[in-house]
Design a protein around this ligand. Structure first.
Ligand SMILES: [Mn+2]
Length: 314
């Protein structure tokens, strides 16, 4: 889908919202805000609806574009980076009331839930897809470029994951030509963390357990740890990434509590195991090498179930 096509569709609607997934990540935030700014260039006003946005992204114009509710009834929904309506959290309830749904995403598990589905599983990120939609670069500016670059950077792990294509680098090259400080952005996005998060990460690593001849690596943090360290879930984002660096490990799984009896799992694979299949077995989804899901079970039961599901592929 080209931006001009989307603009033509959007012109027929009054109350437009852009939705991203629950626990918004860099791609979800970059793609939604980036597209809202692009639409604005064509005098199309939209609201980005996101909840629980980590303050990690406050270098983007969050307050200007993002809200946690919409007063008017929505008539056009543009969903970005969400594979299915459940991933939209409470905003998923807007779907039956929305007159039209445009689904823009790059997840292999996408259920094609839109009236228009623009799904490219080869794309590094939804933000790169938004970049590819642009035909007339006179509308691009430093703020939009920074938002889309953030999304590409986040989903490629700083151009390190195998989803990085020549097109990804070409998009990034074009985006940095708008002159924002990408070096500072990379530092903010990946490196900088509060001391309490650094310490919590240490505890998670200390708890490392292995299964299947050290091919599966498991770490966890529970609700108690969050309150003890005074950390948020977003402070734990990079843990699974470091876990996957361990030599010989095929799959890294990080379990983190989201309430008293529910754990969210973050899965990373070096390639032999398709962790999207594993995540989907627990109602989640994602990509072959990076996926996630939520499990309502005590920690030990959850670990047993997930490591068993991974073992089937080893
Ligand atoms: Mn994404």
């Amino acid at each position: 889908m080209k931006l001009s096509t989307l603009v033509d569709i959007a012109r027929d609607y009054k109350n437009i919202c852009l939705l991203g997934h629950i626990h918004p990540d860099g791609d979800c935030v970059g793609a939604t805000i980036g597209l809202a700014m692009l639409l604005e260039k064509y005098d199309i006003v939209s609201t980005v609806l996101l909840k629980d946005l980590p303050n990690q992204y406050d270098f983007l114009p969050i307050t200007r574009y993002v809200s946690d509710h919409m007063d008017e009834p929505v008539d056009l929904i543009i969903s970005l980076d969400a594979s299915d309506p459940e991933r939209l959290g409470t905003f998923g309830q807007l779907l039956p009331n929305g007159k039209k749904v445009i689904n823009i995403d790059h997840h292999i598990s996408n259920t094609m839930f839109g009236d228009y589905n623009y799904v490219d599983v080869e794309a590094s990120s939804t933000s790169e897809m938004v970049f590819q939609m642009v035909e007339d670069f006179s509308v691009m500016d430093i703020h939009i470029a920074k938002a889309l670059y953030t999304g590409i950077l986040f989903d490629t792990g700083g151009f390190k994951h195998s989803n990085t294509k020549p097109s990804t680098h070409l998009a990034a090259a074009k985006l940095i030509s708008y002159g924002f400080d990408f070096s500072e952005l990379i530092h903010r996005l990946f490196d900088e963390k509060p001391l309490k998060a650094f310490k919590a990460q240490g505890l998670a690593f200390e708890r490392a357990r292995t299964y299947m001849n050290e091919q599966i690596l498991v770490c966890y943090l529970n609700m108690e740890d969050y309150s003890n360290f005074g950390i948020e879930k977003s402070d734990t984002e990079s843990i699974v990434h470091y876990m996957n660096n361990v030599e010989g490990v095929e799959v890294a799984v990080f379990f983190y509590a989201i309430d008293a009896d529910t754990y969210k799992i973050s899965l990373r694979s070096k390639g032999r195991v398709d962790v999207c299949k594993v995540a989907m077995a627990f109602g989640g989804g994602g990509h072959q090498k990076a996926s996630g899901a939520s499990i309502k079970a005590p920690l030990e039961d959850a670990i047993l179930a997930v490591t068993n599901a991974i073992s089937l592929q080893l």
